[in-house]
Design a protein around this ligand. Structure first.
Ligand SMILES: [Zn+2]
Length: 204
């Protein structure tokens, strides 16, 4: 029997708190770490500490970044007049991997979900509005593509943003539901993401 204070037990309990990791998987991972050489264990713990110490939200798009401004927001080759709004950093990563979008992004860190207590204040919506407000020395933002997943919460979020942004003179579009209904953007392949962007339709 392992004791509560047992380091293996402690590691297993911590790993089991990660999404998609059950007790059995957590134990398997913990045992693999125990059996690995000391250098791997040290590198793993350093990587975890560094992620916490260095990763923050980009001051413009709210994506995870290792600097004040992320590499996409600071890239002059990216079109500043078009912004693609996604729910999570992994959605932005999926679109970048597919190489289908050359504008900028905005990460909401969730979607509207009243039953789960997620309202507009819990998302990075005021930060998006701050970007929309014209600054004389910056190119004008013309279009916002809402690329939340095509499910109930994703659709509700898109409509909310359209109502908010349309009166400000922006074209608000929604990606086509080429991504299977209820499907997750992060698992869509390149062709599907390309079509979803190409066939986007205007909201509001
Ligand atoms: Zn950014």
């Amino acid at each position: 029997m392992t004791e509560v204070g047992d380091p293996l037990r402690r590691l297993t309990t911590l790993l089991a708190r990660l999404p998609g990791i059950g007790e059995k998987s957590a134990l398997r991972l913990a045992l693999a770490i125990v059996r690995s050489d000391a250098a791997y264990g040290q590198a793993l713990s350093t990587a975890i500490a560094e992620v916490h110490a260095q990763m923050r939200l980009c001051s413009i798009c709210c994506d995870l970044a290792a600097a004040e401004v992320c590499s996409i927001c600071s890239d002059p080759r990216r079109d500043p007049t078009i912004v693609c709004v996604v729910a999570q950093p992994q959605d932005r990563m999926a679109l970048e991997r597919a190489g289908v979008f050359r504008g900028r992004y905005h990460v909401l860190h969730g979607v509207l979900d009243p039953l789960a207590g997620v309202g507009p204040a819990e998302l990075k919506i005021s930060e998006l509005l701050a970007r929309v407000r014209r600054k004389p020395d910056e190119p004008e933002l013309a279009e916002v593509i809402v690329a939340t997943s095509p499910n109930v919460e994703g659709d509700a979020t898109a409509l909310y943003l359209a109502k908010l942004l349309d009166p400000l003179g922006l074209t608000v579009t929604r990606i086509a539901s080429g991504v299977a209904v209820g499907g997750e953007l992060e698992y869509a392949d390149m062709t599907t993401l390309h079509r979803a962007l190409e066939d986007r339709r205007r909201l509001a």
